[in-house]
Design a protein around this ligand. Sequence first.
Ligand code: HEC
Ligand code: HEC
Ligand code: HEC
Ligand code: HEC
Length: 207
Amino acid sequence: MKSRKNIQILGFLFLSILASSCGHKEEKYHSVNDRIKVEGKNYHGTSISSEAFLGDGEFVEITEGEHTFLIPERKGKIKLYACIECHSKPLKELQGKVIKKAHWNIELNHANSNTMNCATCHNSKDMNSLKSITGNKIDFNKSYQLCNQCHTKQFEDWKGGAHGKRIGGWAPPRASMTCVNCHNPHKPHIESRWPSRFNTQTEKERK
Ligand code: HEC
Ligand code: HEC
Ligand code: HEC
Ligand code: HEC
């Protein structure tokens, strides 16, 4: 009887020490951010790098607001680039010529035709660059700036890393896919599809 009581007292003591030590920590730092500020004083980043995981592709560095990161290079990936190999003359002169329908496969399925046509994004006088709504040049490697004009929300999310996908590892340098890596600018809607693995048996049973 007596020893059980002793154990109870010991337990109580132990718990109260535990409680008081937790309370002590809370007093020392007002918030988690304060704690990081003080205890992280001597932390100057990590020496670990994800460079080795970036693969062979080329990247370009961009700075948007307070974010600086790498995105995949595009011009080397576009088969028809450089455009001026054909677009050295006005469109009228090209139309109906031998190379007619050089890119007949491109069909616009994006915004409706009141809002958008080829000339919304391409400049027939300077086909090697994209064009903003106000007529400014946008480099093909920075086509996200084109999308940003109308999809600011997704752009802001992407910049911060909430929309899109990171390439390589968590360690610096940060490299992220750019809009056109996932969305075809001419047909940006992502088709819904089955998960890569689903139960085909259940599917049969449902029928
Ligand atoms: C092999 C030659 C060739 C190359 C390379 C080429 N084009 Fe063209 N492009 C044409 C021809 C020919 C036309 C006119 C087609 C027609 O209207 O029949 C045309 C028309 C266009 C038009 C106008 C379409 C319309 O209906 O108003 C755009 C925009 C365009 N090209 C963009 C590009 C861009 C951007 C590139 C580079 C990424 C490019 N082209 C590369 C041959 C080419
Ligand atoms: C919303 C903006 C936008 C519109 C509208 C648009 N394009 Fe493009 N186009 C782009 C971007 C961005 C790229 C580069 C994509 C990349 O990096 O792969 C591109 C690439 C191309 C290319 C070269 C790559 C390929 O797919 O062969 C051609 C040719 C082209 N566009 C023609 C056209 C024509 C013709 C039209 C009208 C029918 C058109 N574009 C409408 C944004 C647009
Ligand atoms: C001139 C304005 C404009 C530009 C520039 C533009 N878009 Fe769009 N986009 C629209 C409009 C309008 C819609 C259709 C409205 C909607 O369904 O929300 C749309 C729809 C979309 C959708 C949703 C399609 C769906 O139904 O799921 C995606 C994804 C998209 N755009 C991506 C892009 C990308 C990537 C770029 C840059 C290459 C771009 N857009 C450039 C105006 C624009
Ligand atoms: C890693 C691939 C990836 C990248 C990079 C990416 N997106 Fe998307 N995006 C998606 C997916 C997946 C969806 C969701 C489609 C759905 O819900 O049906 C989406 C949806 C959208 C939509 C439709 C509205 C919505 O939120 O559902 C817009 C507009 C859009 N993206 C624009 C952009 C723009 C602009 C960029 C670049 C700044 C971008 N995306 C970069 C994969 C990507």
